[in-house]
Design a protein around this ligand. Structure first.
Ligand SMILES: [Zn+2]
Length: 398
């Protein structure tokens, strides 16, 4: 199986400057290639493809030995392929009848990753293996950069990317043939409801990861964004405000990933079969929308809970959680089943009666037909489990 590993880089000041220059040159290359495609189409109705742009790259490098010529040919090709992918996605959406945005020029701060598509080609993971304590990655034009390797890398390193997040640099390794670690069977199955107060609640009644820390970060982020909006363009204070917003975004991302890892680990450790809801945009809006009957306000800061910012943080948290859960489940040999979440929160898990009034508050479920009372998330998780097991039975019978 394929998996990625992310590590913090510890570049020297000189290396950090080179990394920034490398990123900037790749951004310029991307924008120039986009300009080329647009002009050719506008002036002559000609569609320029990846192959021609890649061939052109040789001349660009020869003409600019101290600029574009410094970096890896392959990482530059990867950047051109990235543009090609943006174009393909654009045309796919046009074909699907939607009205997509045309691929855009990348402004400063909108381009933060460079990829080397093959370990050993313009880059080398663990480039100084003889070093007794430290790990290094060699990047063409930048040198041997020290890596804070906080965990073991498994499998075979395929691609190496460098990513900027605020003032920090990370290396991302995409590895193939990562050995799976099947876990012993537990004989247990669970449904999982993803919510606002808790990231996940199981049909057994376990609540995983309280999301309160996210609410705190969200209100700080909102304050930082208001601060940013007040600052004059080009001012020093605005630059500071931008950095603060970026740092808070990064913090939220780390908290979210950490929470998702822990919750997924607990589930995969405890259950052979895990059933979860399919995430869809409509479903997300439904869950986080404020309700006039007193639902929705669950987090300490009620305003923040209802704001769009907090909602987007929760939405991203659920999809990050499902991604991590699916990786861990695959590695552990667990079965993951996705079900349609329609009505799971308003249907009684004991008698099947489905009514809006069953849901007394965000936390309490009380069936108006049979009187069954439960934590609303546990009731939903039980319905999710039942739907998943029915799907599995149908699939086995077929
Ligand atoms: Zn009932």
């Amino acid at each position: 199986m394929r998996r990625s590993f992310t590590f913090l880089l510890r570049p020297t000041a000189k290396q950090a400057a080179a990394l920034a220059q490398c990123l900037e040159d790749h951004r310029e290359l991307y924008n120039a290639a986009l300009e080329h495609r647009r002009t050719a189409y506008r002036k002559a109705g000609v569609t320029v493809r990846y192959g021609e742009q890649s061939a052109e790259l040789k001349h660009i490098r020869t003409d600019d030995p101290n600029g574009q010529g410094r970096w890896s040919f392959s990482s530059q090709q990867a950047t051109l392929r990235r543009l090609d992918k943006a174009y393909r996605a654009f045309f796919d959406r046009v074909k699907a009848g939607r009205t997509p945005g045309f691929p855009r020029f990348k402004g400063r701060g909108r381009f933060d990753t460079v990829e080397w598509p093959k370990d050993g080609d313009g880059c080398r993971w663990d480039s100084q293996p003889e070093h007794p304590t430290a790990t290094y990655v060699r990047l063409q034009g930048i040198g041997h950069v020290r890596v804070y390797q906080h965990r073991r890398v498994l499998g075979i390193v395929k691609t190496i990317s460098v990513k900027r997040e605020g003032a920090r640099w990370f290396v991302v390794l995409s590895c193939d043939e990562v050995p799976a670690h099947p876990l012993p069977a537990t004989g247990a199955v669970a449904g999982v409801d993803m919510g606002v107060a808790w990231l996940a609640t199981t049909s057994d009644g376990d609540h995983l990861d309280n999301q309160r820390h996210l609410a705190t970060s969200a209100s700080r982020l909102a304050a930082a964004q208001r601060e940013l909006a007040r600052r004059k363009r080009g001012s020093k204070r605005r630059r500071k405000a931008v950095a603060r917003v970026a740092a808070l975004h990064a913090k939220v991302r780390r908290q979210r990933l950490d929470a998702a890892h822990k919750a997924a680990l607990a589930l995969v450790g405890g259950y052979d079969v895990i059933v979860h809801e399919t995430l869809n945009v409509a479903g997300m809006t439904r869950r986080a929308a404020p309700k006039p009957d007193g639902e929705g306000g669950y987090l300490p800061n009620r305003q923040a809970a209802k704001s769009g910012l907090n909602k987007s943080i929760l939405d991203a948290g659920w999809s990050a959680f499902l991604t991590i859960l699916s990786h861990k489940a695959e590695s552990a040999g667990r079965q993951l089943i996705a079900v349609n979440p329609a009505n799971t929160s308003r249907t009684c898990s004991r008698c099947g009666h489905c009514a809006k009034d069953n849901r007394v508050t965000q936390a309490v479920f009380r069936c108006t037909a049979c009187g069954h009372e439960a934590h609303a998330d546990v009731n939903a998780a039980t319905n999710i489990l039942r739907a998943g097991l029915a799907l599995r039975e149908a699939a086995q019978a077929a």
